[in-house]
Design a protein around this ligand. Sequence first.
Ligand SMILES: *Cc1c(COP(=O)(O)O)cnc(C)c1O
Length: 430
Amino acid sequence: MTVPSTPTAPLPGAPFVSYRDGQLMVEGVLLSDLAHRHGTPLFVYSKAAILAALAAYQRGLAGRQALICYAMKANSSLAILKLLADAGCGFDIVSAGELERALAVGATPSQIVFSGVGKTRQEMRRALEAGVGCFNIESLAELDVLSEVAVSVGALAPISIRVNPNVDARTHPYISTGLKGNKFGIAHEQALAAYRHAARLPGLRVVGIDCHIGSQITEAAPYLEAMERVLDLVTAIEAAGIPIQHIDFGGGLGIDYNGDTPPAADALWRQLLARLDARGFGDRRILLEPGRSLVGNAGVCVTEVLFLKPGEQKNFCIVDAAMNDLPRPALYEAFHRIVPLTESGGANDAVTYDVVGPVCESGDWLGRDRALKVQAGDRLAVLSAGAYCMSMASNYNTRPRAAEVLVDGDSARLVREREAVQDLWRGESV
Ligand SMILES: *Cc1c(COP(=O)(O)O)cnc(C)c1O
């Protein structure tokens, strides 16, 4: 009789992933069972990890009038949205498609904020009709158009202006958004004039101010800097007779991909709110828009080794997941830890591989120079795959998108079927 052993400590950057008897589990579920049942590539998410990440924010905001609007572009699968809606989250959306997803899981429309630099008139109309809580406006032209659209449907659009505080989030240039050279937001220097303009437009009602300085931020300093600059603006805007009811500090908090040490959400927000109080704005409603930090470390992608291909300069480990499933390495040279589903013991005879997918692009790699002890047919887990993976997945090379499973304790539920090849040419004609 085998004695069930206790799991080892969770893996770094994967708080609910651990080995038990040498087998990798998410919470109480064996990943190899899930892979056997549902095939690979397969995304698996831990409900407990998502709720724990949310709880850290909730602790940090305890006692405040605050709303956490999950930035659903990080992972917009309905099961995850439902989980977060039930846990009290609103949503930060960036398209009418995301609005429909939020409404499909029963989100409260007034708890939805609509961000993005390029909202169409049609999207504005649909969001007004649904009754979203706030439009986060990113340009003067957008103010005018939204006012026009609102007047045409007899609505008053609640708005905040996304200001660009010109703060360096010290993150990858592709995910830094708070600097002058970015397409996002209205420059700090023009923000007051933009608010005066907005206050005069007939279809708009100013309700807040908003900023979002980037993503995968691993220090508190950029947040503090941005907060000071936003509060300077609130002072100036209110002096001009325009009250600001809520302050939206965006998202952007980083996660541990490769030994990164971002501040914990509760500690960060306690620190930031202390500063907010010190400046006399403690009474304002706070909105946050976290995406990655709620779901990123809660997901893994399970993949199967197809072939090992030794080479003169490089050894390749070719797996069945690719850049269409996990686009972050190709897009940002991002690092994801990759571990075997069956613990391989001593790393002595490990071989260094580039882990690559089957897509016909040299950019199709998932990890470079990884020491692994693997054979064809073995399975691997790509960690920290909960954010900006499935939501960025494509059908490049006519590859159906992966299936998704949500784990809750000892049970697992398929929450998205693997796409069928026939789905991929729906709507096409010869
Ligand atoms: C992407 C985005 C977020 C979320 O960013 P994370 O780094 O995933 O937390 C929040 N607000 C806006 C406006 C965004 O574009």
